[in-house]
Design a protein around this ligand. Structure first.
Ligand SMILES: [Zn+2]
Ligand SMILES: [Zn+2]
Length: 143
């Protein structure tokens, strides 16, 4: 699980890092695949490798407290459930397991395995390169 921001210097540093990661990933949650993520999640949990805590390559945008996923939350609440905070659902587990849990809670079929494709209506983005891990880096022209 990604630590919730604290009111100290580390908290400020974390929020800056999250802002960078969310911007880089265009707010697309790597767990559920939906947009409007405002938080970040460690691919390799800090408990497994504390040296990767501040590594941007180990972070991806994800829905987290207090802003849950709008798509998943609407679906979950309709079924009488609670807001969906993707990084808290994943905790230290695999992303596949988290997706199954979210699908159970929401009844949705999550968009999976297509994080490298440019979504419809966003063709104003430019493909600027492919990172060593296969992640496609996108940039807004003029940014
Ligand atoms: Zn999500
Ligand atoms: Zn979602």
């Amino acid at each position: 699980m990604t630590p919730r921001p604290k009111r100290n210097a580390q908290g400020a540093r974390w929020r800056r890092l999250v802002a960078f990661v969310v911007n880089r990933d265009f707010g697309r949650c790597w767990i559920c695949g939906h947009w409007a993520a405002h938080s970040a999640d460690h691919l390799i949990p800090v408990t497994e490798d504390p040296s990767l805590e501040w590594d941007v390559k180990n972070l991806k945008a994800a829905h987290g407290y207090p802003k849950g996923c709008p798509d998943c939350t609407i679906a979950a609440v309709k079924r009488g459930g609670k807001p969906v905070y993707c990084n808290e659902i994943r905790q230290y587990g695999s992303v596949e397991r988290a997706r199954r849990k979210i699908e159970e809670r929401t009844g949705l079929r999550l968009p999976i395995g297509d994080t490298a494709t440019v979504p419809e209506g966003r063709d104003c983005w430019l493909l600027t390169g492919i990172a060593p891990d296969g992640y496609v880096m996108l940039m807004f022209p003029g940014r």
